[in-house]
Write a protein that binds this ligand. Structure first.
Ligand SMILES: C[S@@+](CC[C@H](N)C(=O)[O-])C[C@H]1O[C@@H](n2cnc3c(N)ncnc32)[C@H](O)[C@@H]1O
Length: 321
């Protein structure tokens, strides 16, 4: 196999190996399904290297009782934490069929799914005609609804799990509008995105961050910021920070039950997301100029969007004012 960082995907020139990802040759990037103008899935097999060993060990959280089931899902570039902790939720065909119903998702989110989706969609400008990347698939109607809300956008969606991409592809194929029809779905790891630097005007992350171990979350955010253009926008829907007023935070039994199902949620909820995004942005030469925060369900959930500027521009503006 040839190796060169100059190589690009024939279908999408912004798809290049991330600088620290294993490098792939063009020949090895296969277009698995190409039925233009319908949405397409692009397979980026060689970029799906497992996380380095040192990382993998920190990603598993508290070691659960080992069993053979999760190992069946730990292949094809699926990170160990995803196979171990979430095979039953995201990787098993039966669960994808089961969970991908809006009423199931709505129940899991204590009846707030539609509110969250509306809140996130309300932050989108229907006139937007740039490139948007949704980092990982989600259950329910969020992705097709986003495509319909942004009919002029060039929509990209990535996920490491083929079963999830296939499911999103089915949903996009019945959604209305050019954005859904022209969407590009690619299989890759959120920790090593295969897109060029500064290649998206907007990045959307819907309920992914709390499902990533701490180190993986930091790498995924770095990658999100790397591919975002300096004047871009980052839109995040997530659990809110842990406080002491919401009843679901105060009742220990409820808190523990949720955190047993979501092993990385506890630490995520104790972090200051806005500070984290500011730090991550500054490492990519950007500054957060505006933060819009929309609490949902009394702050148990939130939709937050961040507007960016190149750091130098933001500094000179601050100097003038
Ligand atoms: C977005 S998250 C949670 C979605 C949320 N529970 C929902 O459905 O609204 C779940 C998705 O993230 C994907 N995923 C998790 N870790 C990933 C990683 N490191 N790289 C790419 N995809 C990942 C899983 O395959 C799954 O499709």
């Amino acid at each position: 196999m040839q190796t060169s960082t100059q190589q690009v995907h024939p279908e999408d020139p912004t798809l290049v190996p991330a600088s620290d990802a294993p490098v792939a040759s063009v020949e090895s990037l296969q277009l698995r399904e190409a039925q233009q103008p319908s949405a397409t899935v692009i397979e980026l097999e060689p970029l799906l290297a497992p996380a380095p060993k040192a990382h993998a060990e920190t990603q598993t959280g508290d070691a659960p009782a080992d069993n053979a089931t999760w190992r069946k899902f730990h292949n094809h570039g699926i990170p160990e934490y995803l196979a171990r902790r979430y095979w039953w939720a995201y990787l098993w065909k039966v669960s994808v069929w089961f969970f991908d119903h809006a009423f199931i998702i709505n129940t899991i989110l204590f009846g707030n799914y539609y509110k969250l989706m509306r809140a996130a969609l309300s932050r989108l400008d229907p006139k937007f005609d740039g490139r948007v990347l949704q980092i990982t698939c989600v259950y329910g109607a969020f992705t097709p609804s986003m495509a319909e809300t942004l009919p002029n956008a060039d929509l990209h969606l990535m996920d490491v799990a083929d079963v999830q991409l296939q499911s999103s592809l089915r949903k996009l194929r019945v959604a209305k509008g050019a954005s859904a029809a022209g969407a590009t779905l690619s299989r890759m790891n959120a920790e090593t995105l295969a897109y060029a630097d500064n290649s998206f005007d907007m990045v959307v992350i819907f309920f992914l961050l709390h499902e990533l171990p701490h180190d993986a979350r930091a790498r995924a955010l770095d990658e999100a910021m790397r591919v975002l253009r300096p004047n871009g926008k980052l839109l995040i829907a997530e659990y809110g920070e842990l406080g002491n007023t919401h009843v679901l935070h105060r009742v220990k039994f409820l808190r523990n039950t949720l955190e047993a199902m979501e092993p990385f949620l506890g630490r995520f909820r104790k972090e200051n997301l806005v500070e984290k995004i500011r730090d991550t942005a500054s490492r990519s030469g950007m500054a957060v100029t505006d933060v819009f925060h929309l609490p949902v369900f009394g702050g148990f959930y939130r939709v937050v969007d961040f507007s960016m500027k190149p750091a130098v521009e933001a500094q000179s503006r601050a100097g003038k004012s």
